[in-house]
Design a protein around this ligand. Sequence first.
Ligand code: URA
Length: 270
Amino acid sequence: MSWSERQQGMLRAMGLRLWSPPAAPGVTPHSPRVPPAQLAAAPQAGLAVPPPPAPLVPALGRAQVARAASGVGQMDWPALREAVASCRACTLCDSRKQTVFGVGHPQAHWLVVGEAPGEQEDQTGEPFVGPAGQLLDRMLAALQLSRATDGPAPPEQRVYIVNTLKCRPPRNRNPQPEELAQCEPFLVRQIELLQPRLILAMGRFAVQSLLRTDEAIGRLRGRVHQYQGVPLVVTYHPAYLLRNLADKARAWDDLCLAASVAEREDGSGP
Ligand code: URA
């Protein structure tokens, strides 16, 4: 990957280090990549495995029942989109303007999972369009990744973006366990249909939903987890980064780790 002048300037402006493509054999890479110790520690493809599902988000356990009962697990993309749009499984449907299904190319290799729509997402129907989304887009663009659904970009440069909740919580309050449980079958089916090569879980609620842990982000980031056999990298939520500039560099390291894993999964890495 080569960096345009504009990208380099943007990264420097954010106080972030440059990411480099895999070094030639025998050359020590100068950017953060998956340290051999991280890759060697795990049973499958050498990756660290998260702890088994814990009861810390008890309501999420009921999501499987809901999913089986609703037939979500058999839906294709159009049926799933329709099911989300007409969902009235929790009280968020009363206050939403519209549901926010997700955006991106259905062959994207990357999946970004966020928290829940905010005001602008509720208005537009697209995830991450507010200030946090603009930061996310800039960080993805620095890795030559895009949420665009058109254009000639190959799947490895495409990102699909979803949230754990498809409806905006009133006044952007935190998602409630019962809401996460009701909405989870949609996220699970989106992942099944997309079959991403890499999942980037941003923020506490995405991590709780996917890894079934309430460990702090700071303790989970920096290594590779697994979701149903898909490598998963944990990072801070962009809205948090807007308030905590010091952690932007760590988030950038997380993206570099994710890029390393994605390249390896794509067969273009070391
Ligand atoms: N924050 C999220 O987690 N998702 C959005 O879509 C917008 C803000």
